[in-house]
Design a protein around this ligand. Structure first.
Ligand code: CMP
Length: 140
């Protein structure tokens, strides 16, 4: 079924100047960008986005990293988009990410891991709405 998922190109990948290379992987896999913007997240925005991780030991470092520089947030649309995007990304820890995945090729650590992607339909719905209003999404 056609789905939408939220993708974030994280500060490390933006700093490495590989926004285009990452978007190309989405496009080559038939995912379409239907919304996109670059933002430098505030502490409040990052804490709210990652609220489910609030009690985890890595929460402080995660918020620190995600606010360290600009990110590119995008809505990707396509058949099976949520799982497909996670396949393209590879495992959270780049050391465990399969060869040829975005994290294997561009990530340097579990914190600086290049990309985020929604992990379920429920998170996709929440995460898309967290960054985009309905009129910022352009069906195509
Ligand atoms: P992301 O998909 O953006 O969701 C939460 C982020 O926390 C995750 O990617 C990692 O970058 C970061 N993180 C740091 N340590 C861990 C950990 N031990 N387990 C899961 N996520 C972690």
């Amino acid at each position: 079924a056609t789905e939408r998922t939220l993708s974030i190109i994280k500060p490390d990948a933006v700093a490495k100047n590989v926004i285009g290379e990452i978007v190309t992987r989405f496009e080559k896999a038939d995912l379409k960008v239907v919304a996109a913007k670059m933002i430098h997240l505030s502490r409040e925005q990052a804490e709210g986005f990652y609220a489910e991780h609030k009690e985890r030991p890595f929460f402080g470092a995660l918020v620190e990293f995600m606010t360290s520089g600009p990110v590119v947030v995008q809505v990707l649309e396509g058949d099976n988009a949520i799982a497909l995007n996670r396949e393209l990304m590879g495992a959270t820890n780049p050391k465990e990410a399969a060869a040829g995945t975005i994290r294997a090729d561009f990530a340097s650590s579990i914190d600086a891991n290049a990309v985020h992607g929604s992990d379920s339909p429920a998170s996709a719905e929440r995460e898309v709405a967290y960054f985009f209003s309905a009129d910022e999404i352009c069906p195509r």
